[in-house]
Design a protein around this ligand. Structure first.
Ligand code: AMP
Ligand code: GLY
Length: 427
């Protein structure tokens, strides 16, 4: 089979490595892919993940048997709808269902209408009304741009002055462009955060192993928000009783709501949850695999990934037993010094050849130089993942490998998994 994966980061590398395990997978194309992915797939750097018509033409001309659209932008732009129109089976939601991520107003209104637990909120299209509302609010409060904003569209002002500045920055200075035409102002919730990615064909749902992201740039969850500096799976805060409550009150009702709205969700639905004193609540939905959650979740998947994705596409997921391996996984992101601010690129990367079998290095932001060596090309460069019998073991193996990989300016958080280990001790 000829497979195609749209995207070019660590998440896509993890998907490609897993797809490759299926002996039927002959050629896997990555559009655009990256330097490190080129070791596992045929990369096409000239086709960007948002170039929908070029992607569809490529899929047609290369007899693609199955496509996976991984990033949020092409999903929101209708890449899956267009591939389906061209007769190409694929994994991912259509544009209408992708609104669950691409419009926070859509997601919040869906949850309100169908009684799915989430933070209380108000929607504003008029900055004057938002500013008037803030005068009556209590703090901290959460201000979110409606649309996609590279994970940066959420602000948590601590007082009225900061909140007014947040509204002005999003709605008047248009910090996130059209994504800030409307905003959601919502109640500040507290509790541990859990990411649950789930395969769903619109009716059946198979939650994957839970995970924990580390979004801030600095140790101890300080510093700026990033795309994610590391992850662990499973997440010890996601107890069996929390999982049961999520299934009953969040997962199944969300699928039913999407069907009732005429846009059944097929693909990977990501639930960003907070386990609050009042029970689990939805912080956000994503219409895709998380990055770098995928880098710890897929290594624990025992069942063949392509088989699961095909069952989603053919709406037969309920007939498939999806199995997970015991143990844990940890991913430490190696970033360019300065990220998420400005950083230099083009730094030569050295990866030892004798890393242990438990380690997989996923490439997120690198490029091949003319001499075939790898050099940094992005903020998050590599995701060093290890699996182990325990989280402690996985973390030790991942950090040992991360320490042996070199590039100038290499930066990593030193405390990935620390909160998870503390939560396990507290149990
Ligand atoms: P999001 O981009 O929606 O995932 O939000 C980014 C981060 O902001 C989340 O991971 C949470 O840590 C935080 N956040 C978002 N909404 C809330 C909320 N209602 N209460 C507390 N923290 C929140
Ligand atoms: N790691 C969070 C995300 O993928 O949005």
């Amino acid at each position: 089979m000829n497979l195609l994966v749209v995207g070019g980061g660590g998440r896509e590398h993890a998907i490609i490595k897993k797809l490759k395990e299926n002996p039927l997978a002959e050629t896997i194309y990555a559009l655009p892919g990256n330097g490190g992915i080129a070791a596992d797939a045929v990369c096409v750097p000239s086709i960007g993940a948002k170039e929908i018509e070029k992607i569809v033409d490529f899929a047609r001309s290369h007899s693609i048997d199955f496509a996976v659209v991984a990033p949020d932008d092409p999903l929101a732009l209708g890449c899956v709808d267009r591939l389906h129109e061209a007769g190409i089976p694929c994994f991912g939601p259509g544009a209408k269902a992708a609104r669950i991520e691409s419009s926070k107003v859509f997601a919040k209104n869906l949850m309100k209408k169908y009684g799915i637990p989430t933070a209380r909120y108000e929607v504003f299209g008029d900055p004057a009304k938002a500013l008037a509302y803030l005068k009556t609010a209590s703090f901290p409060i959460v201000v979110k741009a409606d649309g996609l904003a590279l994970g940066k569209g959420v602000l948590i002002p601590q007082n009225l002055r900061e909140a007014e500045a947040a509204v002005k920055s999003i709605m008047e200075d248009r910090a996130f462009g059209d994504s800030g035409n409307e905003i959601v102002i919502e109640e500040f919730l507290t509790g541990p955060e859990v990411s649950v990615l789930a395969f769903t064909d619109g009716t059946a749902i198979v939650p994957m192993v839970s995970s924990m992201d580390h979004k801030r740039s600095g140790d101890g969850d300080t510093g700026l928000n990033t795309g994610g500096m590391g992850t662990v799976a499973p997440n010890p805060c996601y107890t069996p009783s929390a999982a049961a409550e999520c299934m009953e009150k969040i997962f199944l009702p969300t699928l039913a709501a999407m069907r009732a709205e005429g846009c059944p969700f097929k693909g990977c639905l990501y639930f960003g949850l907070m386990i609050t004193p009042g029970g689990p609540k939805v912080i956000e939905y994503n219409c895709r695999f998380g990055d770098p959650e995928t880098q710890v979740v897929l290594p624990l998947l025992k069942t063949d990934l392509l088989t699961v994705m095909q069952a989603v596409e053919s709406e037969t997921l309920g007939d498939l037993a999806v199995e997970w391996r015991d143990g844990a996984a940890a991913c430490v992101v190696l970033a360019s010094g300065g990220y998420p601010g400005s950083y230099e690129t083009g730094k030569k990367i050295t990866i030892p050849r004798d890393l242990p079998a438990a380690v997989t290095v996923y490439h997120a932001g690198d490029a091949l130089a003319e001499d075939g060596t790898l050099a940094t090309s992005g903020g998050r460069v590599l995701g060093v993942t290890a699996v182990g019998d325990t989280l402690q073991a996985a973390l030790e193996t991942a950090y040992a490998a991360a320490g042996r990989i070199e590039f100038e300016g290499k930066y990593m958080r030193r405390d990935i998994g620390k909160r998870a280990l503390a939560a396990m001790e507290g149990r």
